[in-house]
Design a protein around this ligand. Structure first.
Ligand SMILES: Nc1ncnc2c1ncn2[C@@H]1O[C@H](COP(=O)(O)OP(=O)(O)OP(=O)(O)O)[C@@H](O)[C@H]1O
Ligand SMILES: [Mg+2]
Length: 694
């Protein structure tokens, strides 16, 4: 071991050569004022590009002088200071990375090459402990530095890009320390807040001072929540006098300390005024749209009300027109008839006054004729007003049509061909057969009038189809309807005639030929029977009148035919009749008729006195009473009370028209009958007899 050490020691090692061959960048300088270069390693020679001959023995700063292109002249001075520090402190001195450009060989274009060095100056001492040499060891960190610089440059560029983006998006950033409330706003945010020169924002409170008073508390709350680690998310307005309302949206992320406690917040505020204003505008326009909608509805409603008012007014005026026409028609016809009656009666009066009794029957007949025509006129009016006294019976429509064929054929004449299309197994309907015949005859006569040169008249019976019923507004909650329709190939109707044909007194026929009551009567009768009448007509093509009548499915009891009494039955003198009617003329006539017929009579003008009479006269056999009575008690109520007093009392109601609720067929008890005014003495005799015979 020792030997080998000796061998090593005794080896003639050329330290100079070894040092100079080292690839590291090493330079030995003397500890003199010039820092004379004493030795340089191969690495140093390569790195500095300065030959050993050109450097060794020469002052360091003569050889590695100032780079004339480097204004900072920073490397040389820093190196000199470090070397001087080594001399002074006798300790190694690590220099900061130093830019120290080195000359480039002329062959490579000369000039200086930018280089960065990380130098370490280490003292070498003599036996007295004095600094003899300084080893200047340098690491070339140019590449790392350049890489770093590139990274920095990139960072700077991206930072600038971020700033530009923030600026463009109206975004400013802030940083808030939750511990000391220090609040930092960047320039962009300062601009957004419109912070004037000389003012600063350094605390949260100072920041809040820029927020609209109405939003401030909400924002303060949102920041307070950050203390619980909740990220910030709040929108608010700025307090800006005289400026347009500015809206900011603040977003912040809470950063935690190593103990997981919220310590900082970094965040950004973005100008969202444009969006907010658009939202507000949208909201406004939605609101006004909504209110427009609301008012639109109200306006439509108003329009509709206005319209229905106008329609109602029109309907009312049309109704008044129809009523006017009706009253005018009645007055005209009645005046004619009254002229006949009054004129005849005057003649009779005059003749009687002068004792000329012969030939009076001429006038009584004339008066009777007019009166009967007046009666038939009122009958037709009552039919239209649906107040005629009907005697409904279940009837087979086909049978009725077939039975009428002859009569109709005679009425329409030979120029009109008749045919019947009758549905098989047609159900029955319930209505007054006489009135139905009357209606069909009226329609047939109209058809004849519409076909002066002849044509075809078709009677059709069928089950009514649902769509037909719907078209007439009929709902079938019962068993449905049958349809009897009469079609002609005549002139057809004008649109006006079509809409007005059912109106009473509407006629297009020459004066004296038509009263205009035919169809109105048909209409009223069908309605009163629970059905509906309608007309289809086309000018020049013909007309169809449809009568829809309700189907009747109940069992039919065989009808007991009343025995035909003799026209003038003779009454038994024992039978007493109480006559109650407030019309004294009518009462007188009835009483006189009854006396003529041989009955005993008592009379009264209302129900109350009638009842009083009944109490004193227990032997009354029959009560004849008007339905409409004065004194708060109608004929029906009077009859019911009379029957309580005298059970089973026969009652004959006499009435101007069918007061349905009071004396409708179904509400009449046995021993009660109705007779419609006007009536003849024989009508009255027949009814009395049938009642008293019970
Ligand atoms: N089949 C039809 N063809 C063409 N027009 C008709 C037909 N039926 C009725 N009209 C028109 O309807 C009007 C009214 O008829 P409606 O039967 O009520 O009265 P009228 O026949 O004129 O008189 P009235 O029947 O009282 O004698 C007729 O005047 C006529 O203009
Ligand atoms: Mg007619």
């Amino acid at each position: 071991m020792r030997k080998s050490a000796c061998v090593l020691m005794s080896t003639d090692l050329d330290f100079q050569a070894l040092f100079e061959a080292l690839p590291n960048v090493l330079l030995v300088v003397a500890a003199d004022d010039d820092f004379t270069m004493l030795a340089a390693s191969e690495g140093r020679i390569r790195a500095t590009n300065v030959s050993r001959e050109a450097s060794i023995g020469r002052p360091l700063f003569d050889v590695f002088g100032k780079n004339p292109n480097d204004d900072a002249d920073f490397g040389v001075e820093v190196l000199r200071a470090s070397l001087q520090r080594v001399l002074k402190t006798k300790a190694s001195d690590r220099m900061a990375v130093t830019k120290y450009d080195i000359p480039r060989p002329e062959a490579d274009g000369g000039g200086f090459e930018e280089r960065y060095w990380s130098p370490l100056n280490t003292p070498v001492f003599n036996e007295h402990g004095e600094v003899r040499y300084i080893i200047h060891q340098v690491e070339d960190v140019t590449e790392q530095i350049q890489e770093q610089q590139e990274v920095y440059a990139e960072l700077r560029a991206s930072d600038e890009r971020l700033r530009a983006a923030l600026l463009a998006s109206g975004t400013g950033t802030f940083h808030w320390s939750l511990r000391d409330s220090h609040f930092y706003v960047d320039n962009a945010l300062s601009r957004l807040l419109n912070i004037h020169e000389g003012h600063t924002v350094a605390t949260l409170e100072q920041f809040l001072a820029y927020i609209h008073p109405e939003d401030c508390e909400r924002v303060r709350q949102a920041f307070a929540e950050c203390g619980k680690g909740i990220d910030l998310r709040v929108e608010f307005r700025l307090k800006q006098v005289g400026l347009d309302e500015t809206w900011l949206s603040a977003r912040g992320k809470v950063l935690l300390d190593p103990q997981d406690q919220p310590s900082h917040m970094v965040g950004a505020c973005t100008d969202i005024s444009a969006r907010k204003h658009a939202e507000i505008e949208l909201h406004e326009s939605e609101r006004s749209l909504r209110s427009l909608n609301e008012t639109l509805e109200a306006r439509i409603e108003q329009e509709v009300t206005e319209r229905s008012r106008t329609e109602e007014a029109l309907r009312q005026s049309q109704k008044m027109e129809a009523v006017g026409q009706l009253t005018g028609g009645i007055a005209h016809d009645f005046n004619n008839l009254l002229a006949g009656i009054i004129g005849s009666l005057e003649f009779i009066q005059n003749r009687l006054a002068t004792g000329r009794n012969e030939g009076l029957s001429r006038y009584t007949e004339a008066a009777m004729l007019s009166a009967n025509r007046a009666a038939s006129l009122t009958q037709r009016l009552l039919a239209f007003s649906r107040r005629q006294t009907l005697d409904p019976k279940p009837i087979e429509p086909n049978r009725l049509v077939v039975d009428m064929e002859d009569m109709i054929r005679r009425s329409v004449g030979p120029a009109v061909k008749m045919e019947a299309k009758l549905a098989e197994r047609l159900p029955r309907t319930l209505c007054d057969p006489n009135q139905l015949e009357n209606a069909l005859l009226n329609i047939a006569i109209n058809a004849r009038d519409a076909m002066p040169d002849g044509g075809r008249l078709t009677f059709t019976t069928a089950l009514a189809l649902p769509q037909e019923l719907a078209a007439c507004g009929l709902t079938s909650d019962g068993d449905g309807f049958i349809n009897i329709s009469i079609t002609d190939t005549g002139t057809g109707m004008t649109p006006e005639a079509l809409t007005r044909a059912f109106e009473p007194f509407y006629t297009t026929k020459p004066l004296g030929q038509g009263t205009g009551l035919g169809l109105s009567m048909v209409y009223g009768f069908v309605q009163q029977s629970g059905g509906h009448a309608c007309i289809q007509s086309e000018l020049g093509r013909g007309t169809t009148v449809c009568l829809y009548l309700p189907i009747y499915t109940r069992e039919v009891k065989p009808e007991k035919m009343p025995e035909v009494p003799s026209p003038r039955p003779v009454a038994s003198q024992e039978q007493t009749i109480l006559v109650v009617d407030d019309e004294s003329v009518v009462r007188m006539l009835i009483v006189d008729m009854l006396s003529e017929l041989g009955y005993r009579t008592v009379e009264s003008d209302d129900g109350v006195s009638g009842l009083a009479l009944l109490e004193t006269m227990p032997d009354v056999d029959l009560l004849i009473t008007d339905v409409g009575l004065p004194g708060g008690m109608n004929g029906r109520q009077f009859a019911d009370l009379a029957r309580q007093h005298k059970p089973g009392l026969n009652v004959l109601f006499v009435t101007g028209y069918a007061e349905n609720d009071v004396v409708s067929g179904c509400s009449l008890e046995p021993g009660m009958q109705v007779l419609t005014k006007p009536f003849s003495m024989s009508d009255l005799a027949l009814r009395i007899e049938s009642l008293l015979k019970r």
